[in-house]
Design a binder for this molecule. Structure first.
Ligand code: ATP
Ligand code: MG
Length: 561
């Protein structure tokens, strides 16, 4: 049966009141309506029922604060929708490259794009002119929206981008060749009729993080995000209409659109934003103490920094639910967080292509080091090279069954790259490119990205296990483990280690031996790093993920992309 759009939307606000995983999975029922638009089917419904509650709460740490109710969000975003159609001359299907920091206009442009059926491409403000050029050219965007900090970089490349017809700046100053959002805003009507988008119409193109190579353009539809993300908001983030959700992701990462927009608003919760121009762990801790944030989502690298602080001097009065995603989170970090805050970290595993694949859900026992169990939206299987499921406890490819029924939160392919799209599908499965195993209780354990797994003297070693062993030692703040060439063993384990402040003046030789002995003690001895190098920082993506490929290429004398 097909739900009408409205019943899909009202289904969204249902709280997660399951007491165990199996009943949650059994009762999960979402169907894709033929037509769906997040603005008209979800946000505009909240305008009717949640007139005064805060939809967006933004602070900048310097006294600046914005609080918009759902009706205000509705009115402002309708104005921006009119600007996109009238002043910018954009229509449904036209692509917009959006590069803004965490400012309220970012949310307005997002919603305005849903209203107009224009296709969003989110990019990070950390991009250089060369990165912007690449993204404009491959995406064939017709419009670019940014602020003062990047306008000049954009101007330096747009002559090489014939697709770009209009530039819109968010600034209190005018700029030659650019339309100005603030200016246009004053004389624009708040009346706008939302497009009637099909669930299968393209809504956004997300660049993947680029952890393993050049970022890929992942296509998502109005339905795959709008309807598909109900599962994240309800089951994993456990949100209700009274929650305040803070997710720290950079606006250029698909994750920020899931967690700071769809998954939160689908449940009628408040999106909380701290502008955070530069990441400082102290600011995060102060914000969690000062504002009534109930749900916090961040990357493991952030939690690793936060637990370096003495958390007992802070009180997180409202915080109830913490989640982490993007990379595996080390059990040691979860333990330290729990010791000091009393809260568990609910890890989630997902991709730009799929949104949430596995998660620890509120009703489940957490097994630290495991990614939890499959999302109710997915049939996750561990399979071998012939696409046959492997036995429990055996490492294989993490795959999602996509035939005969295509899951509703699944991407529609890599834009402009049908070969890569085809390569990711085999035998009725989508291959995530990650390796893992399933235990006897149905929990999935991450071993590593296929390319990151180290083969040494016939053993297969996942970097995460070695990194998690290392971080249990007080000298280690963070580490990255990769393969390194060895004349006898072929490959050996090498660890790049960032030391905690108390250890930086210790003798490196002694520390190396100590860390090696430590790893041999806490995990299978063959996994210990035969080589260790101390470094000040690790190469990371804007989403905060360690780029092991860069370290590995250096070790093997290869060029990186
Ligand atoms: P690219 O595909 O461009 O190399 P990326 O894969 O990092 O970059 P994303 O889509 O942001 O781009 O990330 C998805 C990947 O992140 C997953 O395939 C997995 O390798 C990793 N990941 C996400 N969450 C977890 C987790 N909880 N545990 C382990 N790995 C995770
Ligand atoms: Mg990927």
């Amino acid at each position: 049966t097909q739900f009408s759009s409205f019943s899909t939307a009202s289904q969204a606000a249902v709280p997660n009141n399951f007491t165990d995983y199996d009943s949650m999975r059994q009762q999960y029922q979402l169907h894709m309506p033929e037509y769906f638009n997040f603005a008209s089917d979800v946000l505009d419904k909240w305008i009717q029922t949640k007139r005064s509650e805060v939809a967006l709460w933004w602070v900048n740490g310097q006294g600046g604060e914005v609080k918009w109710s759902f009706p205000e969000l509705g009115e402002l975003s309708r104005k921006v929708a009119n600007i996109l159609t009238d002043a910018c001359g954009l229509g449904a299907g036209d692509r917009i490259l959006l590069i803004l920091p965490r400012i309220p206009e970012w949310w307005l442009v997002n919603v305005a794009c849903f209203r107009t059926g224009t296709v969003l491409i989110h990019c990070s403000t950390q991009l250089t002119a060369k990165d912007i050029l690449y993204r404009l050219q491959v995406s064939k965007a017709k419009c670019i929206i940014t602020d003062d900090s990047l306008a000049q970089a954009v101007d330096s490349v747009t002559s090489a981008c014939p697709s770009v017809k209009v530039k819109l700046i968010v600034s209190d100053k005018r700029r030659n060749g650019w339309l100005n959002l603030q200016d246009l805003f004053r004389d624009t009507s708040p009346d706008h009729e939302c497009v009637k988008s099909k669930s299968s119409d393209m809504m956004a193109i997300f660049f993947t993080s680029g952890t393993t190579g050049a970022p890929k353009m992942t296509q998502h539809t109005h339905g795959s995000f709008g309807v598909g993300l109900i599962v994240n908001g309800r089951y994993w983030l456990d949100l209700t209409t009274s929650d305040v959700m803070w997710n720290t992701s950079d606006t250029g990462w698909g994750k920020s659109v899931w967690s700071s927009l769809f998954a939160t608003w689908v449940q009628g919760s408040c999106v909380f934003v701290h502008h955070l121009p530069r990441f400082q762990s102290q600011t995060v801790l102060e914000t969690l103490s000062r504002y009534p944030v109930t749900t916090f989502c961040s990357a493991p690298t952030v939690y690793r920094m936060l637990v370096q602080h003495n958390l007992s001097s802070y009180r997180f009065k409202s915080l109830q639910h913490c989640v982490s995603a993007g990379e595996p989170i080390n059990p040691e970090v979860m333990e330290k967080w729990k010791e000091q805050t009393g809260l568990d970290i609910y890890e989630g595993y997902g991709q730009t292509e799929t949104v949430l694949i596995c998660g620890n859900f509120k009703s489940m026992k957490i097994k630290p080091g495991s990614m939890g169990k499959p999302s109710p939206a997915y049939d996750v299987q561990i399979i071998d090279e012939n696409c046959k499921p492997v036995s429990l406890g055996t490492e294989g490819n993490i795959a999602i069954r996509v035939e005969p029924v295509r899951p509703l939160n699944f991407f529609s392919g890599y834009l402009g790259d049908p070969e890569r799209t085809a390569l990711s599908m085999r035998g009725g499965f989508y291959l995530t490119g990650d390796r893992g195993l399933e235990d006897e209780d149905g929990y999935i354990w991450f071993v590593g990205r296929s390319d990151d797994v180290i083969l040494s003297s016939g053993y297969r070693i996942g970097p995460f296990e070695v990194e998690s062993a290392l971080i249990e030692h007080p000298a280690v703040a963070e580490s990255a483990v990769v393969s390194s060439p060895d004349p006898i063993r072929g490959e050996v384990v090498k660890a790049f280690v960032i030391l905690t402040p108390g250890y930086t003046s210790h003798s490196p030789e002694e520390l190396i031996t100590e860390l090696q002995e430590h790893v041999k003690k806490v995990t299978a001895p063959y996994k210990y790093p035969r080589k260790i190098e101390f470094v000040q920082q690790l190469p990371k993506t804007i989403s905060g993920k360690i780029q092991r490929i860069k370290l590995r290429n250096k070790e093997w004398g290869r060029a990186s992309h």
